[in-house]
Write a protein that binds this ligand. Structure first.
Ligand code: WTA
Length: 649
């Protein structure tokens, strides 16, 4: 059994780490026993304009629902991430940028240079009418300007909303409109794995559906010709040439919003998750240090995209707040060849690599030789995030990539939590493959059953968090009631994560996956309802139901059941058309892996789709469909089973 398999803290880590096993117990104990003193003490890591005297002030109860941290503190997030380091050690490299094409030269920005770039960008934003509290949408590839633009917003107190460059014009338009953003920052094109992505053209298309948009700042990334609309579009390099490299940071209250990040939920409409300035930054900084024990001089590489929360917290905010050297990579882990990710490690002497299980599973398929072809002796820690890591992938990561030397830091968390919640500390926590191990200080996880009873000891149930932590999201943009309804009503008085989990005899946590209608495709959250609404928007589709299916690389794949309008014929051509349709409506990450035409969907007599049955069929578990007698038309199920779609292996 996996539980029995234990990887003790290596001696080297026991000796050098900031926090050992005893240290963890003390820290964790104190964080729950005296949270006020604990967090005010932790807050000293940051550079405050006014140091807070209040820590957490919150209630998850409906009558008095509120969440705030360090409410009387004032700071500027960008100044914490840049200025204080530029002043103390301006020549230290803040960001290393590795291009898509290995034949090109990497770029390096010292903290001093980063400061000047961010100030310049901030002044360009100001010159274009952006003020404190305004929303700025960032739709950029993984180029240094993405980091600079994000930090420039933080500097002037504008709220950034980064939209992943893989989202469609429609998805982008929805996100611009929802937060009423007047300005978008984009690039002519993005590059990934040698391919070009026409970002500016997507913005042009989105603009037709986003009337709030007044200004587009375009970064020249590839030099491709793009159409510029007079009066709306400007080139960044033109504006920057006139902008000063000096811009004072805006003093912000700790509770002022730092950013919005849209994420999928169980309804069709993505939620604008809003994070605060002080609490979020402190959480990113603390967890970056606790999980990765970062030391000056090391190169930290979080191989995520800035369009996801992992990129926000562990490419930018956490590492930079801690004065780290952070690596930003434009390309794909396996392009031009399967060794690429390890070549990047060697090229920049990376100490910590933080990636997702889906990447590992894809690399495993190419065997060990591409890994062995590289040196990797600089690596000392390996991180994982985004989905449950299967023990096979964990062991491969540990044995092959890390040569048995590097602890695996499996971090469980969510866009909503701002940073890692359950994760090992390398010098403190013995590891079990597939377990996210123990809670971070301040995190009070609980297991509950369907009736809301708290489960004790070894048990399996739904995962809730019983008290607030500084990095907790503060609201859903524009819909505070939805925030409360989504997270605090399932288990009154607690934050419900939407995940299931198991706690073993040693108190280790094992995340079992989502228990709601969210699926996790390649570590990316996808609301099944979003894919369904894209499908039913097609003129030939009457009804659609989408569920997750097992997928050996992506973790979960997208399985869509589609019922056509009367008179429409199912065909291979229509199948492909619908798959492409979803891709266009939402983006490539939402493309169904399997699509089955169904004469009808299994429904209860009251008309509710029986997703449980659809999940089982998609999983191929057709022998155990359970009770189907309550279905309005039981025969529908036989047809679904007979025509089930399987993926090529
Ligand atoms: C899943 C990504 C197991 C989980 C940081 C969560 C994980 C959702 C892990 C959040 C992990 C993330 N082990 N499951 N280490 N990390 N998840 O918002 O289901 O994109 O609820 O945040 O990913 O995804 P999100």
């Amino acid at each position: 059994m996996a539980e029995a398999e234990l990887y003790p803290v290596p001696d080297e880590w026991r000796q050098r780490a900031r926090i050992d096993a005893e240290g963890y117990d003390k820290l964790y104990g104190r964080s729950l026993a005296d949270p006020g003193a604990f967090w005010l003490d932790q807050a000293k890591r940051l550079d405050w304009i006014k140091r807070p005297e209040i820590a957490g002030d919150w209630s998850f109860d409906e009558a008095d629902f509120h969440i705030s941290w360090f409410a009387d503190g004032k700071l500027n997030v960008a100044a914490n991430c840049i200025d204080r380091h530029a002043k103390a050690h301006g020549d230290r490299v803040a960001i290393i940028w590795e291009p898509d094409d290995p034949a090109e030269e990497p770029r390096r920005f010292t903290y001093r240079q980063l400061l000047a770039e961010v100030c310049r960008f901030a002044n360009v934003l100001k010159a274009n009418g952006v003020a404190k509290g305004d929303r700025v949408t960032i739709y950029l590839p993984m180029i240094p300007e993405a980091a600079v633009a994000v930090l420039a917003c933080a500097r002037i107190g504008a709220i950034h909303s980064v939209v992943f460059g893989g989202f469609s014009p429609d998805a982008l338009a929805g996100r611009i409109q929802d937060c009423d953003s007047k300005l978008v920052i984009t690039a002519d094109e993005g590059r990934r794995g040698g391919k070009r992505i026409a970002l500016k053209a997507c913005v042009d298309e989105a603009a037709d559906r986003a009337p709030s948009l007044e200004r587009v700042i375009v970064v020249r990334a590839t030099g491709a010709e793009v159409a510029m609309r007079d009066g709306r579009d400007i080139w960044y390099h033109d504006a920057a040439a006139e902008a000063s490299g000096d811009c004072p940071p805006e003093p912000m209250n700790a509770e002022d919003p730092l950013f919005i990040l849209y994420t999928s939920g169980s309804t069709g409409k993505p939620k604008g998750v809003l994070h605060s300035s002080g609490g979020y930054l402190l959480w990113a900084a603390c967890t970056h240090e606790w999980c990765f024990d970062y030391r000056v001089g090391e190169v930290f590489w979080c191989a995520a995209d800035i369009g996801w929360v992992t990129g926000h917290s562990y490419i930018l905010y956490g590492p930079l707040a801690n004065g780290a050297t952070t690596l930003m990579y434009e390309g794909l882990p396996n392009w031009p060849d399967a060794s690429r990710i390890w070549q990047v490690v060697d090229r920049h002497q990376v100490s910590t690599l933080f990636t997702a299980p889906t990447v590992l599973r894809a690399l495993m398929k190419d065997g060990d030789a591409p890994v062995h072809a590289t040196d990797r002796s600089s690596l000392r820690l390996l991180g994982s995030v985004g989905e449950p890591i299967n023990p096979e992938a964990w062991r491969w990561y540990h044995r092959v990539a890390g040569e048995g030397r590097c602890p695996i830091i499996d971090t469980w968390w969510q866009t909503e939590t701002g940073g890692a919640m359950i994760a090992p500390m390398p010098g403190a926590t013995d590891l079990k493959p597939g377990s996210a191990t123990r809670p971070m200080p301040g995190v009070d996880p609980q297991l509950l059953d369907a009736e809301g009873q708290v489960l004790h000891g070894a048990a399996e149930g739904n995962l809730a968090i019983a008290r607030s932590w500084p990095g907790q999201m503060r609201t859903v943009w524009g819909d505070h009631d939805r925030f409360f309804q989504t997270y605090f009503t399932t288990y009154p008085g607690k934050y419900f994560t939407g995940d299931g989990a198991r706690r073993d005899d040693d108190g280790y946590w094992w995340i079992t996956g989502r228990v709601d209608d969210v699926i996790n495709v390649s570590g990316h959250r996808m609301g099944t309802a979003e894919v369904e609404s894209a499908l039913v928007a097609h003129p030939k589709v009457a009804e659609a139901a989408v569920v997750g299916m097992p997928h050996d690389v992506k973790g979960q794949g997208i399985y869509a059941y589609v019922t056509l309008n009367g008179g429409e014929e199912a065909s291979d051509a229509l199948h492909d058309e619908l798959v492409q349709w979803v891709r266009r409506e939402i983006g490539p990450i939402a493309k169904p892996d399997a699509l089955q035409f169904a004469p009808g969907l299994p429904k209860t007599r009251s008309g509710k789709i029986m997703r449980r049955i659809l999940r089982k069929i998609a999983e191929g578990d057709t022998g155990a469909l359970g009770d189907t007698s309550t279905l309005a038309e039981p025969a529908v199920v036989d047809d679904l089973v007979a025509n089930r779609v399987t993926l090529p292996t």
